[in-house]
Design a protein around this ligand. Structure first.
Ligand SMILES: Nc1ncnc2c1ncn2[C@@H]1O[C@H](COP(=O)(O)OP(=O)(O)OP(=O)(O)O)[C@@H](O)[C@H]1O
Length: 185
């Protein structure tokens, strides 16, 4: 059994890693989905209130709130699959919660790309949604949650600075050839 977490700043490539996992029939639990579900439960539109609800959940239920809420989703996938990808871990507190829940079966992969590269990618995506928070603000918000510490604590770092094909290939190598099995926390 393996629980593979990914951590990385906005636009680094977590979503693309999750797509590759799905292609390989590895189930993905997205922390974003947990937040979107909480938005809907509060009658709020996730498009406008995602960040705010993420902050509120942590204030109301503690720093590990979102990780906590994702655990049952992960355990459910583990009844039928040996490997689960957890997309978008946000803080060192969340990392600790996963370690506590899964011990050495949990490994953490950081995905990294420089600010300018991420900015270009996000701008390309932004055309459909011009109101999104600036990348600098998002970076700041994520880093305030403790993402820097989580990134520093990863068991492996993947640089996503080249083509999308090269990146997919790299992720496939880790997931398909079981490279994650060599990782140790
Ligand atoms: N190597 C790459 N080359 C070109 N485009 C890329 C590359 N990696 C990712 N992208 C694109 O950049 C955008 C951001 O990538 P992705 O959604 O995977 O990042 P993310 O870390 O999940 O970001 P967020 O936290 O904002 O959701 C997407 O539109 C994605 O298709």
């Amino acid at each position: 059994m393996r629980i593979i977490g990914t951590v990385g700043l906005p636009g680094s490539g977590k979503g693309e890693a999750a797509s590759v996992a799905r292609e390989l029939d590895i189930p993905v639990v997205t922390m974003g989905d947990v937040i979107r579900e909480a938005c809907r439960a509060r009658g709020l539109d996730p498009t406008d209130h995602h960040g705010e609800v993420a902050v509120a959940l942590r204030q109301e239920e503690g720093e590990a709130a979102i990780a906590e809420r994702s655990l049952s989703m992960i355990r459910e996938k583990l009844t039928e699959h040996d490997v689960v990808l957890v997309d978008g871990i946000r803080s060192d507190t969340e990392v600790e919660r996963f370690e506590e829940a899964f011990g050495s079966d949990f490994v953490l992969i950081a995905i990294d790309a420089p600010f300018e590269v991420r900015k270009k990618r996000i701008e390309r995506r932004k055309r459909d949604d011009p109101n999104v928070e600036s990348l600098k603000d998002r970076d700041e918000r994520e880093l305030n949650f403790g993402m820097g510490e989580a990134i520093a604590d990863a068991d492996m770092t993947i640089e996503n600075t080249k083509t999308i094909e090269a990146y997919h290939k790299q992720i496939r190598k880790v997931l398909e050839e079981g490279e994650y099995n060599d990782l140790q926390r």
